[in-house]
Design a protein around this ligand. Structure first.
Ligand SMILES: Nc1ncnc2c1ncn2[C@@H]1O[C@H](COP(=O)(O)OP(=O)(O)OP(=O)(O)O)[C@@H](O)[C@H]1O
Ligand SMILES: [Mg+2]
Length: 329
């Protein structure tokens, strides 16, 4: 940049339960954390990725930015939910220009929406002498407009709207710099949804969204122990003596039941993956979990035992300079 101050960019994650914001500064491989913050959203502000209360969302974005000194004006954010469609498709060998010209036509048969109503993007995953492997991403245009509006109302400039699953994959690549042979599963455990992405090197092989998440644990505690939402959340987070009269030993089996469902869904995803890809020799070596749900104590260890695979919590700052005087590690 020739004139003016250097511009930094903030990453914004609009989830169903909270809004998260991160501001980074510097160059790739020499990035520093500038600010980090989150704020909860009231229930039903966002339902299946759709913003129901535009003003609430923009107010919360404003609050997060002012409470955590986020100064960047430019914002990168993402979309998720049922209106986002990701497909790996195999096409005949063709040049990039030919693909550019024909992608709408090829995508049409894979996307259950009218092409006029969607925004389409694609990425060439691999090419062989007779085929082109393409990942297509489509999202209802109104969803993207909806998010753009919320960001603009908050006084920010939405410069990139990615798919949440790939924003997480970018974060993984930046922090783990995987080599081509590494196969991991990125598992984002949100409040209402888990996003699964099986990645080989830097190539996404398979994605699936599962409507199970952290709130399932809270729900079960709430219903089975007759607690309020806040009480159940506190019990889940292991706040000791959170609620009088709740016995430690009644909690564990309830939590285990939900962990079992989570593990089963991941296993099912692996089975789907093997059944639907030609490259079914690829074996997942590790699962990296992220999202608020991944903070559940013991979850990584439990999933690892059930799935017989290493499971680790993804470190989003593994390759980013973090001033420990400023940020709680
Ligand atoms: N310390 C903790 N221990 C256990 N669970 C936690 C902890 N902190 C947050 N959670 C859970 O994480 C979930 C929220 O995660 P996250 O903020 O990633 O969701 P979201 O992005 O708002 O939701 P979604 O991605 O489904 O739209 C909630 O269910 C919350 O109870
Ligand atoms: Mg989320």
């Amino acid at each position: 940049m020739l004139f003016g101050k250097k511009k930094s960019v903030a990453g914004l994650d609009i989830g169903s339960s909270s809004i998260k914001m991160v501001e980074l500064d510097g160059k790739v491989n020499d990035l520093s954390l500038v600010s980090l913050g989150y704020e909860n959203l009231p229930d039903d502000t966002i339902v299946d990725g759709q913003i129901m209360e535009l003003n609430v969302v923009s107010d919360v974005i404003k609050n997060v930015c002012s409470n955590h000194q986020v100064s960047a004006v430019q914002v990168v954010t993402g979309v998720s939910g049922h209106s986002v469609i990701l497909k790996n498709i195999v096409l005949p060998a063709m040049s990039r220009e030919e693909l550019d010209e024909s992608i709408d036509w090829h995508a049409e048969e894979h996307i259950p929406y009218d092409l006029a109503d969607i925004t389409l993007d694609y990425h060439i995953n691999a090419t062989t002498s007779d085929s082109t492997h393409v990942l297509i991403a489509a999202c209802k245009r109104e969803r993207i407009d909806n998010i753009r509006q919320a960001v603009q109302l908050a006084g920010k400039q939405p410069v990139v709207i990615d798919v949440d699953t790939f924003a997480l994959q970018n974060c993984y690549e930046l922090n783990y710099q995987p080599d081509e042979s590494q196969v991991v599963t990125l598992l984002n455990i949100g409040a209402s949804t888990m996003n699964v992405n099986i990645v080989k090197g830097t190539r996404s092989l398979f994605t699936r969204d599962i409507t199970v998440g952290g709130s399932q644990f809270t729900d079960v505690l709430q219903r089975s122990l007759g607690l309020s939402f806040q009480q159940a959340e506190a019990v889940k987070r292991g706040v000791s003596h959170a609620v009088e009269g709740v016995e430690e030993k009644s909690i564990e089996p309830l939590m285990n039941n939900v962990t079992e469902i989570v593990a089963m869904e991941i296993q099912k995803t692996f089975d789907f993956y093997r059944a639907t890809t030609e490259d079914n020799q690829t074996v997942v070596q590790k699962i990296l979990i992220s999202g608020g749900g991944s903070k559940l104590k013991g979850l990584a260890k439990d999933l690892s035992a059930r799935l017989e695979l290493p499971v680790e919590v993804l470190n989003p700052f593994r390759n980013i300079n973090v001033d420990s005087k400023k940020f709680d590690p």
